[in-house]
Design a protein around this ligand. Structure first.
Ligand SMILES: [Cu+2]
Length: 317
């Protein structure tokens, strides 16, 4: 019965879409999207694509100061995020629009995303881990690009972050240069990015979206980035292939642990996937043991007084 109902509701969706697009042939559509004129421009989204983009954009917040108006008087680029920037992994989204019709341009790219922290007391600058570029993703609309930045420090006192990037829309280009951004600290019990050293090199492991963790089994994702030789340049994904064993414990509850975890293993796209089993709510300290491609322990894996690795991330669920 459930299957039949599902089939019927899908049929209803198909009918609705067909009805909406009954005028597709002459380039005029009935779908109404605020601010978007569907004039059949080939550089831009179809009615369905534009609606998908529009709906996605309702779930994120625009970052006005990181948006670019009037590229060659023809295009706009808008930047979005899900929440205010915080220490650790943050996603950033981009769309490009044509000024003449407000519709989303499909052929655009964002390059050179460069976060830079100015630590004025020490008169020094440094960057932080970033995605290799921006990409369309999952089942999300093709005219939305996503990138990420993992801030290794929050803004504090005279230590400030600024962001730069370059946008290309069709054949036009423009840049955002050193626009200040506030990066909030994380609450107590949350620590989602940590550094570790292997020889002379410094790496950073960033947990992806730990706010989505729940009790029970979690498929978890992380990135490992390498500090650039020139530390003002964004830290790119490490080419090394590590395996990171994870052991969650509850420091507030006698350090009891939780079984059935699986180590972070490197995937073809450069990310690391693992399994984290959290048996109850509260603060979990995720102890890490980093192994190189030959299985040698290269970071963490030492014993604190507690008996667990001194390299750890904290997640409170
Ligand atoms: Cu800093």
């Amino acid at each position: 019965m459930k299957k039949i109902l599902l089939f019927l509701s899908m049929a209803a969706v198909v009918l609705t879409f067909t009805a909406c697009n009954s005028n597709d042939n002459n380039g005029v559509q009935d779908i109404e999207i605020p601010g978007v004129t569907l004039d059949g421009d080939v550089d831009c989204c179809s009615a369905e694509e534009a609606l998908q983009v529009y709906k996605f954009l309702q779930t994120v917040t625009i970052i006005p100061e990181l948006s670019i108006k009037d590229i060659d008087d023809k295009y706009n680029v808008f930047a979005y995020r899900s929440a205010d920037f915080h220490k650790g992994y943050n996603e950033i989204f981009f769309v490009a629009t044509k000024k003449k019709n407000g519709n989303y341009v499909k052929d655009f790219d964002i390059t050179s995303i460069t976060p830079l922290m100015h630590m004025s007391a020490m008169s020094m600058y440094h960057s932080t881990p970033v995605s290799a570029g921006v990409e369309t993703f999952d089942d999300k609309p093709t005219a939305v690009k996503r990138g990420w930045i993992s801030f290794i420090m929050s803004t504090s006192g005279k230590d400030t972050w600024a962001l730069s990037y370059t946008a290309r829309v069709l054949k036009s280009e423009a840049s955002i240069n050193d626009v200040e951004q506030v990066v909030n600290p994380l609450p107590d019990g949350q620590d989602w990015v940590k550094s570790f050293k292997v020889g002379n090199e410094t790496f950073f492991i960033s947990l992806v979206n730990p706010t989505e963790y729940k009790t029970g089994t979690n498929a978890v994702k992380a990135y490992i980035s390498k500090k650039s030789a020139k530390i003002t340049e964004p830290y790119q994904l490490a080419s090394e292939k590590f395996t990171v064993e994870i052991l969650p414990t509850m420091p507030d509850m006698g350090n009891h642990s939780s079984p059935d975890n699986a180590a972070f293993a490197k995937q073809d796209d450069g990310s690391y996937l693992g399994t984290l089993n959290l048996t109850m709510t509260g603060l979990w300290r995720i102890h890490l043991t980093v192994k190189d491609a030959n299985g040698n322990i290269v970071a963490g894996g030492d014993d604190l007084d507690s008996g667990f690795s001194s390299l750890y991330l904290d997640v409170t669920i």
